[in-house]
Ligand binder design. Structure first.
Ligand code: NAD
Length: 358
Protein backbone atom coordinates (compact mmCIF):
# COMPACT_ATOMS: atom_id res chain seq x y z
CA UNK A 1 0.00 0.00 0.00
CA UNK A 2 1.41 3.38 -1.03
CA UNK A 3 1.99 5.79 1.86
CA UNK A 4 0.32 9.21 2.05
CA UNK A 5 3.00 11.82 1.50
CA UNK A 6 2.75 15.12 3.42
CA UNK A 7 3.68 18.39 1.68
CA UNK A 8 4.60 21.82 3.03
CA UNK A 9 4.83 24.80 0.68
CA UNK A 10 7.49 27.39 1.45
CA UNK A 11 6.38 30.77 0.12
CA UNK A 12 2.72 31.75 -0.25
CA UNK A 13 3.04 34.12 -3.18
CA UNK A 14 2.08 33.94 -6.83
CA UNK A 15 3.13 30.39 -7.71
CA UNK A 16 2.33 28.71 -4.38
CA UNK A 17 -1.37 28.01 -5.18
CA UNK A 18 -0.31 26.07 -8.28
CA UNK A 19 1.62 23.73 -5.99
CA UNK A 20 -1.24 23.57 -3.49
CA UNK A 21 -3.76 22.65 -6.20
CA UNK A 22 -1.32 20.11 -7.62
CA UNK A 23 -1.04 18.39 -4.23
CA UNK A 24 -4.80 18.66 -3.66
CA UNK A 25 -5.51 16.93 -6.98
CA UNK A 26 -2.81 14.26 -6.60
CA UNK A 27 -3.23 10.67 -5.57
CA UNK A 28 -1.45 10.00 -2.31
CA UNK A 29 -0.35 13.56 -1.52
CA UNK A 30 -1.67 15.68 1.33
CA UNK A 31 -1.02 19.37 1.85
CA UNK A 32 -0.14 19.77 5.52
CA UNK A 33 0.98 23.40 5.73
CA UNK A 34 2.02 26.55 3.95
CA UNK A 35 4.72 28.93 5.13
CA UNK A 36 5.53 32.57 4.48
CA UNK A 37 7.40 35.14 6.50
CA UNK A 38 4.61 37.51 5.47
CA UNK A 39 2.04 36.29 8.01
CA UNK A 40 -0.91 37.77 6.15
CA UNK A 41 -0.04 35.80 3.00
CA UNK A 42 0.55 32.57 4.91
CA UNK A 43 -2.71 32.92 6.85
CA UNK A 44 -4.72 33.75 3.73
CA UNK A 45 -3.41 30.76 1.80
CA UNK A 46 -3.70 28.43 4.80
CA UNK A 47 -7.35 29.50 5.11
CA UNK A 48 -8.02 28.88 1.42
CA UNK A 49 -6.58 25.38 1.51
CA UNK A 50 -7.60 24.62 5.11
CA UNK A 51 -4.10 23.75 6.29
CA UNK A 52 -1.70 25.00 8.96
CA UNK A 53 0.26 28.24 8.55
CA UNK A 54 3.91 28.57 9.52
CA UNK A 55 5.91 31.76 9.40
CA UNK A 56 9.42 30.32 9.22
CA UNK A 57 10.95 27.31 7.51
CA UNK A 58 12.63 26.29 10.77
CA UNK A 59 9.21 25.96 12.41
CA UNK A 60 7.71 24.13 9.45
CA UNK A 61 10.58 21.65 9.51
CA UNK A 62 9.62 20.72 13.08
CA UNK A 63 6.41 19.22 11.65
CA UNK A 64 7.17 15.53 11.26
CA UNK A 65 4.13 14.93 9.04
CA UNK A 66 5.79 16.92 6.23
CA UNK A 67 8.01 14.78 4.00
CA UNK A 68 8.29 17.10 0.98
CA UNK A 69 8.92 20.83 0.94
CA UNK A 70 7.99 22.76 -2.21
CA UNK A 71 10.32 25.74 -2.38
CA UNK A 72 8.37 28.64 -3.91
CA UNK A 73 10.57 31.53 -2.75
CA UNK A 74 12.21 34.24 -4.86
CA UNK A 75 15.01 32.77 -6.97
CA UNK A 76 18.00 33.94 -4.91
CA UNK A 77 16.55 32.36 -1.74
CA UNK A 78 16.23 28.79 -3.04
CA UNK A 79 19.72 27.71 -2.01
CA UNK A 80 19.53 28.29 1.73
CA UNK A 81 16.04 26.81 1.94
CA UNK A 82 17.00 23.69 0.02
CA UNK A 83 20.08 23.15 2.19
CA UNK A 84 17.95 23.49 5.36
CA UNK A 85 15.39 21.01 4.01
CA UNK A 86 18.08 18.49 3.08
CA UNK A 87 19.69 18.81 6.52
CA UNK A 88 16.26 18.10 8.01
CA UNK A 89 15.88 15.00 5.82
CA UNK A 90 13.04 16.38 3.68
CA UNK A 91 12.57 15.74 -0.03
CA UNK A 92 12.54 18.96 -2.03
CA UNK A 93 10.71 20.20 -5.10
CA UNK A 94 12.18 23.58 -5.95
CA UNK A 95 10.87 26.19 -8.30
CA UNK A 96 12.99 27.28 -11.25
CA UNK A 97 15.75 28.32 -11.59
CA UNK A 98 17.10 25.97 -8.92
CA UNK A 99 19.65 28.63 -7.91
CA UNK A 100 21.43 31.71 -9.21
CA UNK A 101 24.82 30.06 -9.69
CA UNK A 102 26.32 26.74 -10.73
CA UNK A 103 28.24 26.62 -7.44
CA UNK A 104 25.03 26.86 -5.42
CA UNK A 105 23.27 24.37 -7.67
CA UNK A 106 26.07 21.85 -7.21
CA UNK A 107 26.07 22.41 -3.45
CA UNK A 108 22.31 21.80 -3.30
CA UNK A 109 22.54 18.65 -5.42
CA UNK A 110 25.37 17.32 -3.23
CA UNK A 111 23.48 18.10 0.00
CA UNK A 112 20.34 16.29 -1.19
CA UNK A 113 22.40 13.33 -2.33
CA UNK A 114 24.19 13.15 1.03
CA UNK A 115 20.87 13.35 2.89
CA UNK A 116 19.40 10.71 0.53
CA UNK A 117 16.43 12.93 -0.28
CA UNK A 118 14.87 13.50 -3.67
CA UNK A 119 15.51 16.84 -5.34
CA UNK A 120 13.22 17.81 -8.20
CA UNK A 121 12.54 21.03 -10.09
CA UNK A 122 9.29 22.40 -11.46
CA UNK A 123 10.29 23.07 -15.03
CA UNK A 124 6.85 21.67 -15.55
CA UNK A 125 6.54 22.42 -19.30
CA UNK A 126 8.60 19.27 -19.88
CA UNK A 127 5.64 17.08 -18.97
CA UNK A 128 3.30 18.51 -21.62
CA UNK A 129 2.07 15.77 -23.94
CA UNK A 130 3.36 17.62 -27.00
CA UNK A 131 6.85 17.92 -25.48
CA UNK A 132 6.87 14.27 -24.46
CA UNK A 133 5.95 13.28 -28.04
CA UNK A 134 8.75 15.45 -29.47
CA UNK A 135 11.22 14.02 -26.94
CA UNK A 136 10.29 10.48 -27.90
CA UNK A 137 10.68 11.29 -31.60
CA UNK A 138 14.10 12.89 -31.00
CA UNK A 139 15.30 9.93 -28.91
CA UNK A 140 14.13 7.40 -31.49
CA UNK A 141 15.88 9.31 -34.30
CA UNK A 142 12.67 10.16 -36.12
CA UNK A 143 13.79 13.71 -36.96
CA UNK A 144 17.02 12.41 -38.48
CA UNK A 145 19.80 14.94 -38.03
CA UNK A 146 18.40 17.89 -36.08
CA UNK A 147 19.06 21.20 -37.82
CA UNK A 148 17.18 23.78 -35.72
CA UNK A 149 15.81 24.04 -32.18
CA UNK A 150 14.09 27.37 -31.50
CA UNK A 151 12.11 29.00 -28.69
CA UNK A 152 9.96 32.10 -29.17
CA UNK A 153 8.39 33.72 -26.14
CA UNK A 154 6.66 37.00 -27.01
CA UNK A 155 4.95 37.82 -23.72
CA UNK A 156 3.74 40.83 -21.86
CA UNK A 157 4.21 41.79 -18.22
CA UNK A 158 3.09 45.20 -16.99
CA UNK A 159 5.25 47.59 -14.98
CA UNK A 160 3.05 46.73 -11.98
CA UNK A 161 4.25 43.11 -12.20
CA UNK A 162 7.87 44.22 -11.87
CA UNK A 163 7.09 46.77 -9.17
CA UNK A 164 5.04 44.32 -7.08
CA UNK A 165 8.09 43.13 -5.11
CA UNK A 166 11.70 44.27 -4.76
CA UNK A 167 13.08 40.93 -5.94
CA UNK A 168 11.24 41.23 -9.30
CA UNK A 169 13.28 44.36 -10.04
CA UNK A 170 16.73 43.01 -9.19
CA UNK A 171 18.80 40.87 -11.50
CA UNK A 172 20.83 39.51 -8.56
CA UNK A 173 17.60 38.19 -7.04
CA UNK A 174 16.76 36.38 -10.25
CA UNK A 175 14.63 38.89 -12.10
CA UNK A 176 15.02 39.49 -15.83
CA UNK A 177 13.28 37.76 -18.67
CA UNK A 178 16.08 35.30 -19.38
CA UNK A 179 16.41 33.51 -16.06
CA UNK A 180 12.91 34.23 -14.78
CA UNK A 181 10.61 33.61 -17.74
CA UNK A 182 12.52 32.18 -20.71
CA UNK A 183 14.16 29.64 -18.39
CA UNK A 184 11.30 27.21 -19.06
CA UNK A 185 11.73 27.35 -22.83
CA UNK A 186 15.51 27.33 -22.83
CA UNK A 187 15.07 24.28 -20.63
CA UNK A 188 12.81 22.65 -23.21
CA UNK A 189 15.40 23.15 -25.94
CA UNK A 190 18.21 21.54 -23.97
CA UNK A 191 15.86 18.82 -22.70
CA UNK A 192 14.87 17.99 -26.28
CA UNK A 193 18.12 18.29 -28.23
CA UNK A 194 20.82 18.23 -25.54
CA UNK A 195 23.34 20.70 -24.12
CA UNK A 196 24.64 23.83 -25.82
CA UNK A 197 28.16 24.36 -27.10
CA UNK A 198 28.19 28.11 -27.79
CA UNK A 199 25.86 30.99 -27.00
CA UNK A 200 25.63 34.54 -28.25
CA UNK A 201 23.06 36.94 -26.79
CA UNK A 202 21.88 40.52 -26.73
CA UNK A 203 19.72 41.77 -23.89
CA UNK A 204 17.67 44.96 -24.03
CA UNK A 205 15.02 46.77 -22.04
CA UNK A 206 12.32 47.72 -24.54
CA UNK A 207 9.34 48.70 -22.44
CA UNK A 208 10.13 48.79 -18.71
CA UNK A 209 12.45 51.78 -18.21
CA UNK A 210 11.64 51.90 -14.49
CA UNK A 211 13.51 48.61 -13.86
CA UNK A 212 17.21 47.91 -14.29
CA UNK A 213 17.03 44.60 -16.14
CA UNK A 214 16.48 43.02 -19.52
CA UNK A 215 12.88 42.55 -20.60
CA UNK A 216 14.04 41.10 -23.91
CA UNK A 217 16.72 38.63 -24.96
CA UNK A 218 17.74 37.61 -28.49
CA UNK A 219 20.15 34.72 -28.67
CA UNK A 220 21.82 32.31 -31.08
CA UNK A 221 22.57 28.89 -29.63
CA UNK A 222 24.78 26.16 -31.09
CA UNK A 223 23.98 22.77 -29.62
CA UNK A 224 26.42 19.90 -29.10
CA UNK A 225 24.30 17.73 -31.40
CA UNK A 226 25.14 20.05 -34.31
CA UNK A 227 21.80 21.87 -34.41
CA UNK A 228 21.58 25.65 -34.25
CA UNK A 229 18.78 27.64 -32.74
CA UNK A 230 17.42 30.97 -31.65
CA UNK A 231 15.86 32.07 -28.41
CA UNK A 232 13.70 35.19 -28.69
CA UNK A 233 12.08 36.05 -25.39
CA UNK A 234 10.38 39.20 -24.17
CA UNK A 235 7.90 40.52 -21.63
CA UNK A 236 7.56 43.79 -23.56
CA UNK A 237 5.25 42.67 -26.35
CA UNK A 238 1.62 43.47 -25.59
CA UNK A 239 -0.74 41.65 -25.35
CA UNK A 240 1.52 38.59 -25.27
CA UNK A 241 1.15 35.60 -27.55
CA UNK A 242 1.68 31.88 -26.97
CA UNK A 243 5.21 30.55 -26.81
CA UNK A 244 6.49 28.49 -29.75
CA UNK A 245 8.95 25.63 -29.59
CA UNK A 246 10.13 24.52 -33.02
CA UNK A 247 12.29 21.49 -33.81
CA UNK A 248 13.37 20.91 -37.41
CA UNK A 249 15.22 17.82 -38.52
CA UNK A 250 16.20 16.48 -41.92
CA UNK A 251 13.22 14.13 -41.72
CA UNK A 252 10.60 16.09 -39.84
CA UNK A 253 9.30 19.22 -38.12
CA UNK A 254 7.37 19.66 -34.87
CA UNK A 255 5.97 22.91 -33.51
CA UNK A 256 4.25 23.43 -30.16
CA UNK A 257 2.38 26.69 -29.52
CA UNK A 258 1.41 27.23 -25.89
CA UNK A 259 0.78 23.60 -25.01
CA UNK A 260 -0.75 22.64 -28.39
CA UNK A 261 1.02 20.64 -31.07
CA UNK A 262 0.40 22.70 -34.19
CA UNK A 263 2.78 21.00 -36.63
CA UNK A 264 3.76 17.33 -36.57
CA UNK A 265 5.06 16.23 -39.93
CA UNK A 266 7.56 13.49 -40.78
CA UNK A 267 8.66 12.07 -44.10
CA UNK A 268 7.39 8.70 -42.89
CA UNK A 269 3.91 8.91 -41.38
CA UNK A 270 3.14 6.58 -38.45
CA UNK A 271 -0.30 5.39 -37.29
CA UNK A 272 -0.05 7.34 -33.98
CA UNK A 273 0.63 10.67 -35.75
CA UNK A 274 -3.03 11.59 -36.20
CA UNK A 275 -3.58 11.40 -32.45
CA UNK A 276 -0.35 13.27 -31.63
CA UNK A 277 -1.54 16.18 -33.85
CA UNK A 278 -4.44 16.62 -31.39
CA UNK A 279 -2.20 16.93 -28.30
CA UNK A 280 -2.80 20.01 -26.13
CA UNK A 281 -5.46 22.68 -26.22
CA UNK A 282 -5.17 26.07 -27.89
CA UNK A 283 -7.64 27.37 -25.29
CA UNK A 284 -5.32 26.63 -22.33
CA UNK A 285 -3.51 29.80 -21.22
CA UNK A 286 0.23 29.26 -20.73
CA UNK A 287 1.37 32.55 -19.23
CA UNK A 288 1.56 34.84 -22.28
CA UNK A 289 -0.43 37.76 -20.95
CA UNK A 290 -0.23 37.50 -17.16
CA UNK A 291 1.96 35.98 -14.48
CA UNK A 292 -0.80 33.76 -13.06
CA UNK A 293 -2.44 33.07 -16.42
CA UNK A 294 -1.86 29.33 -16.61
CA UNK A 295 -3.26 26.08 -15.28
CA UNK A 296 -1.90 23.79 -12.56
CA UNK A 297 -2.09 20.55 -14.59
CA UNK A 298 1.65 20.46 -15.32
CA UNK A 299 2.59 21.17 -11.69
CA UNK A 300 0.25 18.36 -10.70
CA UNK A 301 2.12 15.86 -12.89
CA UNK A 302 5.48 16.85 -11.35
CA UNK A 303 4.04 16.61 -7.83
CA UNK A 304 2.44 13.24 -8.57
CA UNK A 305 5.80 12.04 -9.82
CA UNK A 306 7.44 13.11 -6.52
CA UNK A 307 4.85 11.08 -4.58
CA UNK A 308 5.33 8.05 -6.80
CA UNK A 309 9.12 8.38 -6.73
CA UNK A 310 9.10 8.34 -2.91
CA UNK A 311 6.76 5.37 -2.77
CA UNK A 312 8.67 3.48 -5.45
CA UNK A 313 12.09 4.60 -4.17
CA UNK A 314 13.25 5.85 -7.57
CA UNK A 315 14.63 9.05 -9.09
CA UNK A 316 12.17 11.87 -9.85
CA UNK A 317 11.31 12.63 -13.46
CA UNK A 318 12.95 16.09 -13.38
CA UNK A 319 16.00 15.90 -11.11
CA UNK A 320 17.76 19.24 -10.57
CA UNK A 321 20.90 17.74 -12.10
CA UNK A 322 19.00 17.60 -15.43
CA UNK A 323 18.19 21.33 -15.14
CA UNK A 324 21.77 22.44 -14.45
CA UNK A 325 22.57 22.68 -18.21
CA UNK A 326 19.65 25.13 -18.57
CA UNK A 327 21.12 27.40 -15.91
CA UNK A 328 24.45 27.14 -17.68
CA UNK A 329 22.93 28.33 -20.98
CA UNK A 330 21.22 31.24 -19.19
CA UNK A 331 24.48 32.24 -17.49
CA UNK A 332 26.25 32.09 -20.86
CA UNK A 333 23.57 34.41 -22.28
CA UNK A 334 24.16 36.95 -19.49
CA UNK A 335 27.92 36.73 -19.96
CA UNK A 336 27.60 37.07 -23.72
CA UNK A 337 25.35 40.10 -23.47
CA UNK A 338 27.69 41.75 -20.95
CA UNK A 339 30.85 41.05 -22.93
CA UNK A 340 29.31 41.38 -26.41
CA UNK A 341 31.10 38.15 -27.30
CA UNK A 342 30.07 34.59 -28.08
CA UNK A 343 30.55 32.36 -25.03
CA UNK A 344 31.70 28.76 -25.23
CA UNK A 345 30.35 26.31 -22.69
CA UNK A 346 31.05 25.09 -20.05
CA UNK A 347 30.97 28.46 -18.25
CA UNK A 348 32.04 29.53 -14.79
CA UNK A 349 29.90 31.65 -12.49
CA UNK A 350 30.50 35.35 -13.04
CA UNK A 351 28.83 37.74 -10.58
CA UNK A 352 29.64 40.76 -12.74
CA UNK A 353 27.35 39.53 -15.52
CA UNK A 354 24.33 40.41 -13.31
CA UNK A 355 25.16 44.10 -13.46
CA UNK A 356 22.79 45.91 -15.81
CA UNK A 357 24.46 48.44 -18.05
CA UNK A 358 21.32 49.17 -20.08
N1 NAD B 1 7.01 27.14 -12.54
C1 NAD B 1 6.37 28.24 -12.91
O1 NAD B 1 5.66 28.27 -13.90
C2 NAD B 1 6.56 29.49 -12.09
C3 NAD B 1 5.68 30.57 -12.21
C4 NAD B 1 5.89 31.68 -11.39
C5 NAD B 1 6.97 31.72 -10.49
N2 NAD B 1 7.80 30.65 -10.44
C6 NAD B 1 8.93 30.62 -9.49
O2 NAD B 1 8.38 30.47 -8.18
C7 NAD B 1 9.20 31.14 -7.24
C8 NAD B 1 8.36 32.15 -6.48
O3 NAD B 1 7.84 33.09 -7.38
P1 NAD B 1 6.52 33.92 -7.02
O4 NAD B 1 6.17 34.65 -8.26
O5 NAD B 1 5.51 33.03 -6.38
O6 NAD B 1 7.12 34.94 -5.96
P2 NAD B 1 6.32 35.78 -4.88
O7 NAD B 1 7.18 36.93 -4.54
O8 NAD B 1 4.93 36.03 -5.36
O9 NAD B 1 6.23 34.78 -3.62
C9 NAD B 1 7.35 34.46 -2.85
C10 NAD B 1 6.93 34.46 -1.37
O10 NAD B 1 8.05 34.05 -0.59
C11 NAD B 1 7.96 34.75 0.66
N3 NAD B 1 9.26 34.69 1.31
C12 NAD B 1 10.40 35.36 0.96
N4 NAD B 1 11.41 34.99 1.78
C13 NAD B 1 10.90 34.10 2.66
C14 NAD B 1 11.46 33.35 3.73
N5 NAD B 1 12.76 33.46 4.04
N6 NAD B 1 10.66 32.53 4.43
C15 NAD B 1 9.36 32.41 4.12
N7 NAD B 1 8.77 33.08 3.10
C16 NAD B 1 9.53 33.92 2.38
C17 NAD B 1 7.50 36.14 0.27
O11 NAD B 1 6.93 36.82 1.38
C18 NAD B 1 6.51 35.84 -0.86
O12 NAD B 1 5.18 35.76 -0.37
C19 NAD B 1 10.33 31.78 -8.04
O13 NAD B 1 11.42 30.91 -8.01
C20 NAD B 1 9.78 31.86 -9.44
O14 NAD B 1 10.79 31.82 -10.42
C21 NAD B 1 7.61 29.55 -11.19
Amino acid sequence: MAKIIGFGILGSGLVAPFHAKGVRDSQGGQLIAVCDMNRERADKMAGEFKVKAYYSLADMLQDSTIQVVNVALPNHLHRDAVLDCARAGRHVLTEKPPAMSLKDTDEMIAACKKAKVKFGCTVQCRVRKAIQAIKKAVDSGRFGKILHADAYMKWFRSSDYYKSDAWRMSRKSGAGVTIQHAFHYIDLLQYLVGPARRVQARMTNLAHPEVQLEDTVLSFVDFMCGAQGVVEASTALWPGTDIRIEINGVDGTAIMMGEKMTTWKFREEKPEDAEIRLYGSAAQATGAGGAADFGHADHKVVIQDMIDAINEDREVVIPVSSVRPTLEICLAMYQSSASKKAIDLPVQDDETAWEWKG
